[in-house]
Design a protein around this ligand. Sequence first.
Ligand code: G4P
Ligand code: NA
Ligand code: NA
Length: 194
Amino acid sequence: MKQLQEKIIQEGKVLSDQVLKVDTFLNHQIDPPLMQAIGEEFAERFKGSGITKILTIESSGIAPSMMAGLILGVPVIFARKRKSVTMNDNLYTASVHSFTKNVTSDISVSKDFLKNGDVVLVIDDFLANGQAALGLLDILKQSGAELAGVGIVIEKGFQPGGEMLRGKGIRVESLAIVESLENGTVEFREEGVS
Ligand code: G4P
Ligand code: NA
Ligand code: NA
């Protein structure tokens, strides 16, 4: 997605060979028109898949998911990282290990919102090691809902998450795939090449 690549070039900051900071439009401040374009792109790629719900994880997955949900006309559910006071034991939970932070934490979704018969698009802001996506897929499996695919705003193609998910036969649609952050420079994987 060209508009997204241009935004990353203009505003992204390469913090290391591993980490890209995009807090001017995705992870802290949010750019609504760009999120709208991202939502339209996800909707276009997954139209015809019969999607009934979008599932993401707080916090940075919510903005792009919201826009995709608006355009596809389906509800957006975000997995919670902390249980809210109103959440009881009626939950699907999965544990997610972050290699980046070296912590394992539980995520949860109320059983009220995912059911057998739902066809679900999983969306997240970043795909690195794929552990967050695996946790969401675990929750989907518990619910009996069907996975339509995974939509990612920025995939780090040099980390193993994308290959791991595609290796399971999962459809992964990443709107920008960063191939390298070496020498402080963002290199993208060409469209159509995987
Ligand atoms: P994984 O799910 O792919 O295994 O990811 P990992 O544990 O490595 O990532 C932990 C957090 O760091 C996630 O956000 C993820 O989106 C984010 N992240 C990973 N790599 C990058 C990167 O290069 N740049 C930026 N900006 N973020 C990255 P989170 O802690 O869940 O935070 P949030 O969703 O509340 O923003
Ligand atoms: Na994030
Ligand atoms: Na995220």
